[in-house]
Design a protein around this ligand. Structure first.
Ligand code: PRP
Length: 179
């Protein structure tokens, strides 16, 4: 395939499949909230998903906020160390908050983030993720909206990276083994 040397092996979820599922998730969210809904997007991986998901939500007011959390560095697996590298600049107290993530793998990042935001007393706090890898879960997390459950393969594209490459691929692809 394309993008960088080493390249990707195959498409796991196509752009068309993603867009269809994003529309379904947006419809579910519109049914569940009246708004304003504070969407908290976790950089960097979720940036494309949150852009598509929020543009598919047109029937309730939405506010879009960003946080950055780092747990992987340039490794393929989580270091287990979670660090907030950019915090919210709004007060979420008394508001409906939806954390939007690209992928839940071990669950370490999301369980940490959920505990952190709960301390700020939102009216409600829920999670939406495009991808879920249940086989790799170490920390339990309640997830309200899941786009796709995927097998334990390293995926890139649609915002997800390997060492900062591949985020711009339109499809979710499996990374080819090195060497
Ligand atoms: C990825 C992803 C989640 C986290 C999930 O972020 O965006 O935040 O890992 O993994 P976990 O369930 O095992 O905690 P990453 O640290 O790769 O940063 P990025 O979003 O900037 O690529």
């Amino acid at each position: 395939m394309i993008n960088v040397p080493g390249s990707t092996e195959r498409i796991l979820i196509s752009s068309a499949q993603i867009q269809q599922r994003v529309r379904e998730m947006a419809a579910e969210i519109e049914r569940d909230y009246h708004g304003p809904l504070y969407v908290v997007s976790v950089l960097k991986g979720a940036f494309i998903f949150v852009a598509d998901l929020t543009r598919a939500i047109q029937n309730i007011p939405v506010r879009i906020e960003f946080m950055a959390i780092s747990s992987y560095g340039n490794q393929k697996t989580s270091s287990g160390q979670v660090k907030v590298t950019r915090d919210l600049d709004v007060n979420i107290e008394g508001h409906d908050v939806l954390i939007v993530e690209d992928i839940i793998d071990s669950g370490v990042t999301l369980s940490y983030l959920k505990r952190l935001l709960e301390q700020r007393h939102p009216k409600s706090l829920a999670i939406a993720t495009l991808l879920d890898k249940p086989e790799r879960r170490k920390a339990h997390v309640d997830v309200k909206y899941i786009g796709f459950q995927i097998p334990d393969e390293f995926v890139v594209g649609y915002g997800l990276d390997y060492a900062e490459d591949y985020r711009n691929l339109p499809d979710i692809c499996v990374l080819a083994p090195e060497g």
